[in-house]
Structure formats: C-alpha cells, structure tokens
Design a binder for this molecule. Sequence first.
Ligand SMILES: Cc1ncc(COP(=O)(O)O)c(C=O)c1O
Length: 389
Amino acid sequence: MIKLSSNLKKFKPFLFEELYRKERAEKAKGKKVISMAVGDPDIPTHPEIVEFALKESQNSINHRYPNTKGNQNLREAAARWHKRRHGIDFHPHDEISILIGSKEGIAHLPFAVMEKKDICLIPDPTYPTYKTGVLLCGGEIYNVPLKEENGFLPDIAKIPQKIVNRTSLFFLNYPNNPTGAAANTDFYKELVKWALKNDIVIALDAAYCEIYFEEPTHSIFEIPGAKKIAVEFYSASKTYCMAGWRIGWAVGNSKLVCALNQLKENIDSGQFNAIQNAVAYGLDNHERITPPIREKFKERALFFSQALKECGWKIKEPGGSCFIWAKTPVKCSSEKAAVFLLEKAEVLAAPGIGFGKNGEGYIRFSLTIEDELLKEAAEKIQNLDWSMI
Ligand SMILES: Cc1ncc(COP(=O)(O)O)c(C=O)c1O
C-alpha cells in the first residue's frame, strides 16, 4: 500500500483551491458567479512583450536548458531596473537570481536559511506560501499580528525576546496582500536596525511593488545596512500582468541569493530563456509599460472601495496592491460573510480568516476582473440585505 509522507498533514488545501471548488459548485447550480477571490490579473500582457517572447521562442538557442540562476541578459536588465527605480546597485552575478515565479523562491528560501526548530516570523494575516518551506524544513512559525490601528505594520517591539532569540527568518510583504497597506521608510529603518541587532534574515516580498496608489513604494535596500541581512522578492505576475508566464526574481545579500541558487540547482533548471528575455524587454521598457496597469488598478480600487463604503463596509484606503480589504457591514464570521456573498450576490471573495486569525471580520476582494464585472459586483453587493445573513 502506498504510504504518503506525514509532511502532507502539515497543509490544508491551498486557500484558493478551496475557493475554486466552491465557485465550481455554485456554477454547477447554474449561477454566474463573479470571481473576486484570486489576484490573477485580467489585463493581458503588453503586446510588445508577447511579440518579443514569440520571436525569442523561435530562436533554437533558447530551446536548450536555461541556467538555474537566470540568464545574464535578464539579471543585467533587473540590475539596471533596480538602479533606475530605487537607486541601488546590485551585482547581476551574485545578487540577483531568477525564479520560476516569486512563489517558488519564497517556498524554497527557508530550506536555505533555517535549521529544524528555528522560528520564522510570519505576519497574520498573510500570503499563505510563507509557511510552506518553514513547515517542510521542520521550522516553527510565530505569527506577528498586522493590526489596522498600526496601519497593518507589525509592532516588532512586541515580539517576545525569547521568540526573537530563536528566530532566523522574517517574511514581510508590502504593498501588502491581503490588506493593501504600504510601508514607509521609517518602518524599514526600524526593521533593519532590529534585524541587524538580532541576526535575523528579512525576506521582503515586493510582488505588488509597482501597484501603488500614492507615492512610489520603497525598497528595504534604500536603508543603509539592509544588504547585510535582506533579500527581496519581485514578480512579473502583477508588474507586467504575466502571472501565467511564471517568472520573478530574488535580489539582495549575495550569501542569501547564492544559497538560494545552490538549493535551486538541485531542484529546478530555470525558466524558458524566451520568457526571461521577454521580461528583460519589459524591465527595459518599464516606464512606458507599467503606468497604465497601475492607473487601472488605482481607478478600480477607488471605485470599488467607494461602492462598498456607501453600503456600510469599513475600509482603510489601500496604499497599493490589487485588493480591497474590507470589514463586513455587520459583525459576523468572515466565512459566513463569504458564503452569503456567494449565495446572495453571486460574488466569490476570500474570507479574511483564510489569511490568519487577525483576518477575521474582513473580506478580501480582488480587483483583477474587467470593469463591467466590477460594476456588476458592486451593484449586487450594494443590493444585499445584511439582516438576512
Ligand atoms: C504577496 C504575494 N507574493 C507572491 C506571490 C506569488 O507571485 P508569483 O506569481 O510571482 O509566484 C503572490 C501571488 O499572488 C502574492 O500575493
């Protein structure tokens, strides 16, 4: 008889898989269902990037194995982009590593920096993948609350010292999924000082860094000393609406980046070079390609948050990301609210509890649907009678 690993017991079904199942069940009953559960951009990849990838895919040189750490062309384009965007120099040889989507690097990083029983600090609410590698490598998780009254930033002074002493890694993410909060440089200064003092690796997930609604988002590497302890994760999925192409990159401390490469060399063989070169094209043309994407998400965020506020939802204005994180008009469990939305408004949204216990009472709406559908969803939600829940 096949005996599966006990590792599998550490995981519930991935949050979104469960949501997809519920959506399919409603659709099977003949309902339309507007899906606002998953952050999967509806905007097509820029035609010039697609054209470039098509041309590159016809070059037989690209049909051979890529290099695990990424081809030089893309690593150099990423280095040029970081210099233009944040004014920071990264060496393409050992400070940048190309990933098969940032999710892949995020899941693998704990294997490169944690020992069994080490603690990893993970925000609550959180993007679920931060737990994956930690659980598989025998590490422990300490949840750091993200509270609305703190602008959804962690209060690091409140983490008990005995936890800090056992911590080797801290995952953070700004602009934040699910809350939409952005971080300022004062917070990064405090974080870097604390991480240097306590010898803790900071993994800052910047997947939504180009979807900002006010001032441009910051990199932790703008803070002196950050390169001694930090790595950042970037993604083409939202920045260039390339979620299906599966590509991102890690950048930062060379020891961390090289450790990730060493691990990955034994696991994967990199992403298709045609896709890597297409992202290099995107990075070199970033200032032309990304503003319309950012503007579109900003327009949707303003419209949808206004529509929700008009019917009693409570929202802290998002600083970025493609999500609206909203408190339900009546006090109820987020799961109950999500089922109510699905059954009565035919809108599928993510219950906050799925992102951690501090997500209770909130619903996350993804803005990655066409404008017409967004309007329809807003109308249906506005017509809900919450006394029926
Ligand atoms: C916060 C966050 N980080 C990382 C990812 C993964 O992105 P990628 O498509 O680059 O793997 C996502 C995807 O939704 C995300 O929300």
